[in-house]
Ligand binder design. Structure first.
Ligand SMILES: [Zn+2]
Length: 275
């Protein structure tokens, strides 16, 4: 089973219902925090699935190193330095090539303050096509996204999660339409795809409703969820626009939504204020 909890359905500009990137993806019981954007640490501990916060984490996965996708690495590692935390097994930080250099530059700023006190830190850089094996047998395959490079990572990634029963959930990360996303999304049980802006505000490196409809027609995902919604996108009925060109189920996410595959009652929608 894959449980996809959207902690932050927004882009870099937070609104009360759409805060920056943060996702808790649980594959056969193994929780993975994906893209710890600004505020992710707080939303994670309040989400109802991680009462011990950082001590509940073993895997943190990043698609790329723009601040709205990784800014909470600093508070996360600073918390792991605290004497208060108890967990002693390895904390895995996984992301694109450039992650190690990014962490090294943080070390230049903060010295040893970001070194976990009781846990070893395992840093792994993925090239597209490489896979992360999770403890319970699930896995996560990386694919190449098309998005402007940041100061550290030249090849942003998207991820394809698979559980031991063969269920597939895809997360686009930040990207425009590209072969990696199309291939990863083919027949997926759940496609969580960015849709940053309405079509008239289209920006290179990002998706719009028209691009999502094209992707769905070509890849035929069983269920599609729109995320990384900047304010103009969040205020638009994107579901209605996409429905003109694609008749599969599409949900416009907001913070706190949970999607489960194999499908239960989706989405499990919570009031973000109640988390
Ligand atoms: Zn980005």
């Amino acid at each position: 089973m894959i449980r996809f909890h959207i902690l932050g359905a927004g882009g870099a500009v937070p609104t009360p219902t759409h805060t920056p990137a943060a996702y808790l993806v649980t594959v056969d019981g193994d929780p993975v925090l994906v893209d710890p954007g600004p505020g992710a640490l707080v939303r994670h501990v309040r989400c109802g699935e991680a009462p011990h916060g950082v001590d509940d984490l073993q895997y943190v996965l990043m698609t790329h190193l723009h601040p709205d996708h990784c800014a909470d690495l600093v508070p996360l590692l600073f918390a792991a330095h605290s004497v208060v935390l108890q967990r002693t097994d390895t904390l895995h930080l996984i992301g694109p090539v450039g992650l190690a250099a990014y962490l090294e530059s943080l070390r230049g700023l903060y010295g040893t303050w970001l070194e976990p006190r009781r846990r070893e830190l395992a840093v792994r850089e993925l090239i597209p096509g490489e896979t992360v094996e999770l403890p319970s047998g699930g896995r996560c395959e990386s694919f190449a996204a098309h998005h402007p490079k940041d100061s550290f990572s030249r090849q942003p990634l998207g991820y394809r999660f698979l559980d031991t029963q063969g269920s597939v959930a895809v997360f686009s990360g930040d990207t425009e339409a590209c072969p990696g996303l199309e291939q990863a999304s083919r027949g997926a049980d759940l496609l969580v795809v960015e849709c940053s802006t309405p079509d008239h505000l289209a920006t290179s490196g990002h998706m719009t409703p028209a691009a999502v409809a094209d992707l769905c027609r070509s890849a035929q995902p069983k269920q599609t969820v729109l995320t990384h919604l900047y304010p103009a996108a969040a205020a638009t009925d994107l579901e209605a626009i996409i429905a003109r060109d694609w008749d599969g189920p599409v949900h416009q996410a907001r913070d706190g939504d949970i999607f489960v595959v194999p499908k239960e009652k989706n989405p499990i929608r919570r009031d973000p204020g109640q988390e």
